[in-house]
Design a protein around this ligand. Structure first.
Ligand SMILES: Nc1ncnc2c1ncn2[C@@H]1O[C@H](COP(=O)(O)OP(=O)(O)OP(=O)(O)O)[C@@H](O)[C@H]1O
Length: 322
């Protein structure tokens, strides 16, 4: 795989609220290569979305990036001003959210929204815009794209709307797409189709993608590597095979155990017992210690990273043996 073009180093993003400081993202480091999908997984509140929003330069008061670096093709994004960052958004980095109605304007036809997305960044004649929109809709598997261009969002199914949002993300040929739970609300067959189309686009266009989710089973189909987050921190990162087949961190094992098995119809996601600690009152040690069955006294001390292979890294003093 080619070298990483996108890199996050020691990122800390905190929210300074009246009640105290919420350390939503703590010392996160990872990279993404061309043609690679990096999955970020963790329970609700683990800091996945804040990581995505930090990359997009969309952390608002009372939050801010306290320290760390985010670089795309060697350019430092945390140093860009608002206007420079606006140009990056959509153009070099695009984001797709869970609810397509957050991105789509209900009062505008798909065509006008797509033209507007291109027009905000480039000066392109209308016929060229039209061709590009049709290509983008086709790329995500939308049948009869000419007709869809004339439609309003409410005239389409949830799955079609989400495809349109992904097509808009592809329009400007970004280097990186960040997808935050984009298929969670959709039925599994539609999810599988969209994931297939996205994977094809990533491979064909050599894009990088960060896919944020609660669901490890989606990542097993889509991701090249998986990063596991808990309470704002990294617990484990590795190739999909290393994580799905050979997880060593007790938290990753619990996440894997909570995935419903495919051969038991109707089985629900199992809850991991206990709650995540408050992000305002974290100690120095492993944040999972209070819920971990392998915990000992040393887990209250800072936990260094252990490199298990070139690609597999873990933050745990009592990992499972493989
Ligand atoms: N604007 C904000 N002000 C204060 N705290 C915030 C703000 N945005 C996020 N947080 C806090 O940051 C923490 C991490 O949130 P984040 O949304 O990144 O979690 P997540 O892993 O994406 O969860 P989910 O899967 O539910 O979206 C949470 O405790 C949240 O309350």
């Amino acid at each position: 795989m080619s070298k990483a073009f996108f890199q996050v180093d020691d990122l800390n993003t905190w929210f300074f609220t009246r009640k105290g400081t919420i350390k939503s993202v703590r010392d996160i480091s990872f990279d993404v290569s061309r043609g690679e999908v990096l999955g970020i997984v963790g329970e609700s509140g683990s800091g996945k979305s804040v990581t995505g929003m930090s990359i997009m330069g969309q952390i608002d008061e009372p939050g801010r990036i306290v320290s760390g670096s985010i670089s795309l093709n060697g350019e430092e994004l945390t140093k860009l001003d608002f206007e420079e960052m606006r140009r990056y958004r959509g153009n070099r980095i695009a984001m797709v959210f869970q609810n397509p109605l957050m991105t789509l304007n209900p009062l505008m036809r798909v065509r006008d929204q797509m033209y507007e997305a291109i027009g905000a960044h480039e000066d392109v004649p209308r016929n060229a815009m039209h061709k590009r929109c049709i290509e983008a809709l086709r790329a995500v598997g939308i049948p009869s794209p000419e007709e869809r261009l004339n439609a309003y969002p409410h005239e389409m199914s949830g799955g079609m709307r989400q495809r349109v949002v992904i097509a808009i993300a592809l329009l400007l040929g970004p280097d990186l797409i960040i997808a935050d739970e984009p298929t969670t609300a959709l039925d599994v067959t539609i999810q599988a189709q969209i994931i297939y189309q996205i994977r094809r686009q990533i491979d064909e266009r050599g894009l990088g993608m960060i896919w944020i989710t609660h669901d490890l089973s989606t990542l097993s189909e889509l991701a090249d590597r998986i990063m596991v987050m808990y309470a704002g921190a990294m617990m484990e990162i590795g190739t999909t095979e290393e994580i799905i087949g050979g997880a060593r961190h007790p938290y990753t094992r619990k996440l894997l155990d909570s995935v419903p098995s495919r051969n038991v119809p109707g089985e629900k996601l199992k809850q991991i017992p206990g709650n995540m600690p408050s992000l305002m009152a974290l100690g120095e040690g492993c944040p999972f210690a209070s819920r971990c069955e392998r915990v000992t006294e040393i887990c209250r001390e800072p936990v260094p990273a252990t490199q298990l292979s070139d690609t597999h890294r873990i933050w745990c003093l009592h990992p499972f043996e493989n």
